[in-house]
Design a binder for this molecule. Structure first.
Ligand SMILES: Cc1ncc(C[n+]2csc(CCOP(=O)(O)OP(=O)(O)O)c2C)c(N)n1
Length: 573
């Protein structure tokens, strides 16, 4: 097994420090190698679906590939939801699935399924390790494949890679055998491109840039990046170009960010929308939550749409991409900042365009301020209160689906610059939101807050089924006993099947779960209790805490719709 044990040494030398291991026999050689390696921190989780998302959270937190390992059989399939999320969110994972030797597949030998390429298109590449290790070529191949897989996972666009590893018995060493790691293991270092702007790209930008006067920047989902924020701040001072982005864009520290586009674009009249239509749209990042922003940009087509991303296929979300700049966004905006800003009629037009966006942003903010507090305390209002009390340096996790939408409606203020936002928007699944949070909480030195609905929460309760303490973890559970989203979107709400097949009423609350796991349970049934509960909630005394608000879907629907009518009325006044 020496070539297999040396995989752990190689991973450590490639800078991988975190491994998530799921129990089983077939994976024992790799489990032991990782568990006994001094430079690798290992944690174990029995539910592979949850383990996959925990690994995803750790990879996001550490900004480095995470090792994920399971035994053979259906265990491997249970990684699939997290692998798909990692693929679409471009998160690097090194997924090892232990397997039986090829001749034993489909021979009624237990725990055996077809594992080669099991994750299909949701991994950057699937590798197969040799099943015999004696020949030097096999040993060379094992080392080469693992080197290649790690390098590949970290190339842009980053993502998961799969290594299927067949093992022949015996799988366990004798009791007192120690594992030695080969100190001369070969490491293939790769130096990835920085994706700087090329001369050709600069020429194109310089020539075409002056043709557009109403320019708009839209940030899709993006990790928090202080250098990008500072670059965009200076860019805005130079050019007065409106920048908008959902809460998951992590652009909230920008003073001038248009952070409520979702609020006003849903209700603004066509006349107003025409004034907001860009000539040139520049986008960075991945997905956008706001359906209103998507619909607006699809309908009010810009003359040109430039998308900036280092590498990979481009998603044409707004249906108008005309140019793709394979560059890192920082280089791109630094270059744009250097281009002259002529003191002419054209630049006046750009200033006016920016003002139109600013007016709408102020209107949205004013309407939100005036709307709260409401007599009936609904979910949206609790989300607003939670966002207000988030500690300066903390992570905010938003589950699918209304939680992330509510939070986007409220938005983070520029002063909340120490807050980083995370959400599984790669596949927008409700299946791993809590587990991803747990991955972050296990590896970050700051409080982690999750806002979640009840279906997402109870779906992923195995996120807590392990032996690791989570002292600074806080969950706000918006329990409307079903999927309120289906009551709020157009379509299912009015159908006779709505309650049974879409909203899917469920009776659970989190009290018993808190008892089981030893968490502190805070129950919010009326707004008068709120102040005291919140004080307790943000008291970091070493316990995991869940604050549950039980409400009725109708109240949430009514109050959300009242707010939308109020915004609409503000355009009629
Ligand atoms: C794995 C998975 N299954 C199904 C869905 C479809 N879906 C989207 S939102 C939702 C309901 C979520 O309910 P809840 O977590 O209570 O949040 P709420 O809608 O109440 O905000 C469902 C089932 C999904 N996104 N992911």
């Amino acid at each position: 097994m020496q070539p297999i044990y040396d995989i752990a040494e190689l991973c450590a030398r490639k800078g991988l420090t975190q491994a998530v291991l799921c129990p089983g026999s077939r994976c024992a050689p790799l489990t032991l190698a990782f568990a006994r390696h001094p430079a690798i921190t290992t944690r174990t989780f029995s539910d592979e679906r949850s383990a996959g998302f925990i690994a995803l959270g750790i990879a996001q937190q550490k900004k480095a590939p995470v090792i994920l390992l399971c035994t053979s059989g259906s265990a491997a399939y249970n990684f699939a939801p997290a692998v798909a999320e990692a693929w679409f969110s471009e998160t690097p994972l090194i997924v090892f699935t232990a397997d039986r030797p090829a001749e034993w597949i489909a021979q009624h030998d237990g725990q055996t399924i077809h594992q080669a390429e099991i994750f299909g298109k949701h991994v950057k590449k699937s590798f197969q390790l040799p099943q015999e290790y004696e020949h030097p070529d096999s040993q060379w191949a094992i080392n080469r494949i693992v080197n290649e897989a790690i390098n590949f996972s970290f190339q842009e666009p980053k993502g998961p890679v799969h290594i299927n590893a067949p093992f022949r018995e015996p799988l366990y060493p004798a009791k007192d055998t120690s594992i030695e790691f080969n100190q001369t293991v070969r490491v293939m270092d790769e130096f990835p491109s920085q994706y700087s702007l090329t001369d050709e790209q600069m020429n194109v930008i310089e020539t075409e840039w002056k043709n557009y006067h109403n320019v708009l920047i839209v940030g899709g989902q993006h990790e928090y990046d202080s250098t990008l924020l500072e670059t965009l701040r200076i860019f805005f001072v130079q050019h007065n170009i409106p920048i908008t982005g959902d809460i998951i864009s992590n652009l909230h520290p920008l003073e001038k960010l248009i952070r409520h586009a979702d609020v006003f674009l849903g209700q603004a009249s066509d006349a107003v929308k025409k004034t907001l239509k860009p000539d040139l749209l520049i986008t960075v990042g991945k997905s956008t939550i706001s359906k209103n922003l998507k619909v607006f940009l699809r309908k009010y087509a810009p003359k040109a749409h430039w998308h900036v991303q280092p590498a990979g296929l481009v998603a044409d979300t707004f249906q108008h991409v005309t140019k793709v700049f394979n560059s890192n966004p920082i280089d791109f905006f630094q270059y744009l900042t250097c281009l002259p800003n002529s003191e002419t009629f054209e630049s006046q037009k750009q200033n006016n365009f920016n003002k139109f966006w600013e007016v709408e942003e102020r209107r949205a903010l004013r309407t939100l301020e005036e709307y709260f507090p409401q007599q009936d305390f609904a979910e949206l209002e609790l989300v607003r209160e939670i966002i207000r009390i988030l500690p300066e340096q903390s992570n905010l996790h938003l589950a699918n689906s209304m939680s992330v939408r509510y939070a986007n409606f409220i938005g983070l203020a520029a002063a909340q610059r120490g807050i980083e936002v995370f959400s599984n928007r790669g596949t927008s699944g409700i299946d791993g939101c809590t587990s991803t949070l747990v991955g972050h909480a296990l590896t970050s030195n700051r409080p982690n807050f999750l806002i979640t609905g009840d279906l997402a929460f109870f779906y992923d309760r195995n996120a807590f089924w392990h032996n690791y303490p989570l002292p600074d973890l806080r969950i706000v559970l918006l329990n409307n006993h079903g999927g309120v989203i289906f009551n709020l979107i157009d379509g299912p709400g009015a159908l006779p099947e709505a309650e049974e097949y879409f909203i899917t009423k469920q009776k659970l609350n989190a009290r018993k779960l808190c008892e089981e796991f030893g968490f502190e349970y805070l129950h919010l049934d009326n707004s008068r209790k709120l102040k005291n509960l919140l004080k307790d909630f943000v008291d970091f005394d070493g316990r995991t805490k869940i604050l549950e608000q039980e409400t009725d879907t109708t109240i949430n629907k009514t109050l959300f719709e009242n707010l939308k009518s109020k915004i609409k009325k503000s355009y009629e006044a």
